[in-house]
Write a protein that binds this ligand. Sequence first.
Ligand SMILES: *Cc1c(COP(=O)(O)O)cnc(C)c1O
Length: 399
Amino acid sequence: MIESRPVSTGETGSPLDWISEELASLDQEGLRRQRRVVEPLPEGRCRIDGRTLWNFAGNDYLGLAADPRVVEASRDAAAELGSGARASAAVSGRTPVHAKLERRIAEWKHVEGAVLFPSGYAANLGTIPALAGEGDVVLCDRLNHASLVDGCRLSRARLRVYSHDDLDLVDRELTKAADARRRVIVTDSVFSMDGDLAPLAEIHGLATRHRAIVIVDEAHATGIYGPQGTGLVPELGLAEAGFICIGTLSKALGSQGGFVTGSRDLCDWLWNRARTQMYSTALTPAAAAAADRAIQILSENGSIAAAARSSAVRLRHALQERGYAVAGQIDCPIVPVLIGDIPRTMDLARTLEAAGYLVGAIRPPTVPRGTSRLRITVSAAHPPEALDGLCAVLSNASP
Ligand SMILES: *Cc1c(COP(=O)(O)O)cnc(C)c1O
């Protein structure tokens, strides 16, 4: 029997007092993030505090998170195999649906193999340190997703962060790193806060010349670009370039989890060395089965991304006509509207929300100071009138 005793916090306060001070300073700068309860509804809507809004702040680009076929697959898997996987994949958590999903991803992407991770974040955190370490040099675009940056740091390789798309710098750094054991270039394929595309063909050229490994995070390209939504790498004809591709099951695929694709050897290596999948419980059977069904849907319908991509084009044109600075690739479902300062960005987001439209308000530290923005994401689930209404509100607000 363990007895609990009263605890004294002492006279001088708690060593955690700094937290409330830090939070107060976040408040002052308008940087304190609030968590809300968001209840998803059909057609890309949601309910918050009793109000129904169009959700332009999610990543469910294809509307697959609520697709009845996907939901049914996850329900069936939970009924058959239980709610949890019970162990890491290496121990006993790799159920038949996990194995089926690995095969499905490999066949879909025309690669030898795939390894599953608990999330896209975990895929990056596990993969980079499995491939680079002390004595290696890792080159990382400054706008890469936080999980890539964290993976680079965790690897203990020498980290060189290059300004966005600055391939001359990459070239020079690779030349300097000629004696390193390994050279690794790490990049998003679609940049998550800017909606633009990495110059992958040029990166491939540099990597070939310098014998560098390339790791490409296809989180936002998966389901959107490439034949059957296989990603930007195949879209650009680089499927045979030997890139190590990382993806998430949690965005366009409407489920949860991450994956890495590549050669059989690469997969075996990650299976043996990527700590975030070795020491974490396997995906729930429901998540694996949902992702498997979503990829099946993509495989059978090559044009499923067309609706989201054409909505993105329409929205970009409409906002540019109204004088807004819109960034990114014309048909990318991530539509960033650059505002600049934090209060104006928050103001616009509040105006939109009051009118029934939920959008992301992106501020530091997610983006550099002075580049705060609205991040609007379109989904195939949105009907055209939702887009029109959003544009009308922004029209009235003027840039
Ligand atoms: C969202 C995202 C991730 C993380 O994926 P999760 O499955 O949500 O953990 C990784 N990389 C990029 C570029 C992302 O946008």
